[in-house]
Design a binder for this molecule. Sequence first.
Ligand code: SAM
Length: 478
Amino acid sequence: MPSVSLPPAYRSQMIDMLGKEEAERLLDTYTDERLYGLRINTLKIAAASSSMNALKEQFELKPVPWCPEGYSYSEDKRPGKHPYHAAGLYYIQEPSAMSAVCLLDPQPGETILDLAAAPGGKSTQIAARMQGQGLLVSNEIHPARAKILSENIERCGIRNALVTNAAPDDLSARFPHAFDRIMLDAPCSGEGMFRKDERAVEEWSPEAVELCAARQRDILHEAVKMLKPGGVMAYSTCTFNRMENEDNMRWLQQEYPFMELVEEKRIWPHLQAGEGHYVALLRRKPGSEAAAVQERDESGRNAGIRSREAKPSRKGKSRGHAKGGSEGLQAKQTCLDWMKENTPGFTAEPERMTAFGEALYLLPQSREWLLSPEMLEGLRIPRAGLRLGVFRKGRFEPDHALALALTAADAAVSVDLKADSPEAYAYLKGETLTVSAELRGWTLVTLDGYPVGFGKCSGGQLKNHYPKGLRLTGGSAV
Ligand code: SAM
């Protein structure tokens, strides 16, 4: 419930839009309790598993009707503090925000863009639907938010996401007509956020709505350039006014007659159990190749992702500092040897491995597109697929992201802790654990069988490799 009162102009806008009676019902919801939700990460946990059943009971989860992986819970529950959250078994997401990706319907193997992706609710949902196959470009314009996005991609064990930190026009110049599907969850005036965030109420004004709508049109211009003929785009906002929603979709179709509206959906807080969302699904007509050529010419630059047959030739200033030559080869070989010994259930295709500075990544690929370091030159890339680890002073050290992308069966040595045990909390706090004296070397630490990080065993002790920035401080609560 916002402690600041709703702007009178907002009240009038909703009365004009819905009529007095229905608008009152909507406005009354602003004094109700907020709605909370989580979406299970099907990359890691099955809806029918015993751990999931235990979670349902513990947090009194209720299914979200429009999203099979979604559940709601009440304010007094704290699933974000449960160790399963650290293991990436679910993502905290408001129920109505889950609707957009369900409509987009991503498929394994595709090339997909999430253009305004932080903090990552929709990207992690798309990645789960892709089941590790294909290429997800997950982009965020603001550097600090791109970092949070990257951390959430890591926690959810996503192997196939290229996280970029770019403006939409920089991306469209590089990736014209590259994507089978695009998610555009646009920055908006946030009328559906008023219960959660009183800054959204304070910042709202009719002028702010107009500015948001204009910015959304700017971003839509770039999104269309990146959509393949025959491809689909979901456009969503968490705001209610027509200007940022239906009106912008009408504008889009007038501007680009080859974009057809397939479906529009609204979730209203007075009608459904959600804070509110608008989603439109659009298809770019398959015959719009001529327009595609024209847009490419207009973009002035060449494609950043190329088909498997094409030879990348683009040269530019490098921010990725991909390492080649004998040093790069040595890094790759050391990593492959490490994986052979320590993660026999998981290895990396050498042709997809690349070194950026000390870090080794496994680049994602889709059915159609193969990334190479040259293609990423000049882009700010917080995460170039799966970060395998670092090659330093002739040795390979695995990254936390690798632990989270594995299953327990992939590791040669693992230690399983009960998720609600003092040992699990000690591990998440960064403490050294006492383990069987027989255990040696790199060890995957699991909670009830779900990987949560690495440790290194010797002499009956597990040295903690849970990242310092993620460690629990203070007391623990479930
Ligand atoms: N899709 C995200 C999720 O599900 O977690 C939420 C995205 S939020 C509604 C919109 C995002 O757009 C914000 O992260 C914001 O930083 C970003 N943004 C703001 N201005 C932008 C612009 N001009 N172009 C692209 N993205 C922008």
